[in-house]
Design a binder for this molecule. Sequence first.
Ligand code: IDP
Ligand code: MG
Length: 136
Amino acid sequence: MDRTFIIVKPDGVERRLTGEIIARLERKGLSLVAAELRTIDRATAERHYGEHKDKPFFGDLVDFITRSPALLAIVEGPSDTWKVVRTLMGATNPKDAAPGTIRGDFAIEMTENLIHGSDSAESAEREIGIFFPDRA
Ligand code: IDP
Ligand code: MG
């Protein structure tokens, strides 16, 4: 089996879309193997989003992802699970995300785009190491 890492971001938990989002992953054929509702601390958020540290939106992104609890999860599928999840998520900018995707169906603004999914198998392992060190 092949695993990846997701976050139902604070906006998703606040809007009570956690079940809807996890249900879409499960209906596709992916399984939850670990999950925890946790308020992410700033240092962990800055590490997770390190690739964006020089971007103008970095401060807003860290404020957002740490503002209230998020659902952190490891999901598993038969192959290319990170890619399967990214397809279900839709484009980063919800205005460009296709109907039928999570972002396309439920979001409008860029920062509050409901879900994070690792962008490669290597990123998935790196992010699992940050959020679920016991599972690394
Ligand atoms: P991804 O979440 O689709 O992988 P990334 O480019 O890795 O997209 O960006 C991480 C997160 O940063 C996005 O999900 C979004 O919340 C936020 N973000 C990305 N680009 C912008 C921007 O131009 N303005 C504001 N927020 C952004
Ligand atoms: Mg990304």
